[in-house]
Ligand binder design. Structure first.
Ligand code: ADP
Ligand code: 6PG
Length: 187
């Protein structure tokens, strides 16, 4: 797959700050948790940083706009900055659909942000979201996610991964990218 093409090592010194991004249903939570475990770093679920108003809006079937996302991204940037300043690793699952959103998180992480973009087709995303239980996101918002999506660009350090490959293959691809990491992450 295409992507930033740099290994995690290329993202800078210290444990990685990994942003797992993509549309709803792409597997950010599923893959992100496994990657965090593999790296031995904290997993943070971006959905947990949405305001009650944002969650209510999405639950009611209305897509968020830039203004809705602004305080959410600021809170996530603060969280990322805290880990970067402490020299800690982190895996953040966050849709980060637009380049500008990723730029904000990247600025907070310094050189250490590495993006794992889970690329998924619309039908599979819709199917996964409609089958998922215990989550506020309705499947009818999947189209708006694709309308907003700006895929990972070549100058963004990271990897674009086919989100349908399954967890073992996904982890193998990430493992290849993080293979050169130091002892604290090299399990
Ligand atoms: N590689 C995969 N193959 C099949 N189903 C998957 C895969 N990754 C995730 N899923 C399922 O798709 C749904 C959405 O996954 P989730 O991790 O919640 O995505 P996101 O956090 O991006 O919305 C969940 O029900 C999950 O079990
Ligand atoms: O910016 C947004 O529009 C939301 O953050 C959205 O992208 C996100 O996908 C939902 O919060 C659902 O959460 P999941 O992506 O975990 O399904």
């Amino acid at each position: 797959m295409t992507g930033g093409g740099e290994s995690v090592r290329g993202a800078g010194q210290g444990p990685p700050i990994v942003l797992v991004l993509g549309v709803s249903g792409s597997g950010k939570t599923t893959v992100g948790k496994a990657v965090a475990e593999r790296l031995g770093v904290t997993f943070v679920e971006g959905d947990g940083f949405h305001s009650a108003a944002n969650v209510a809006k999405m639950t009611a079937g209305h897509a968020l706009d830039d203004a809705d996302r602004e305080p959410w991204l600021r809170a996530l940037a603060d969280r990322v900055r805290r880990s970067a300043e402490a020299g800690e690793g982190l895996v953040l699952a966050c849709s980060a659909l637009k380049r500008a959103y990723r730029d904000e998180l990247r600025a907070a992480a310094g050189a250490r942000l590495w993006c794992l973009y889970l690329a998924l087709d619309r039908d599979t995303a819709r199917d996964r979201v409609s089958r998922r239980t215990g989550h506020f996101m309705p499947a009818r918002l999947v189209d708006s996610q694709f309308a907003t999506l700006e895929p990972l660009e070549p100058d963004e350090p990271g990897l674009t991964l086919d989100a349908t490959v399954g967890l073992p293959a996904a982890l193998a691809r990430v493992r290849a990218a993080v293979a050169d990491f130091g002892p604290s992450t090299g399990r």
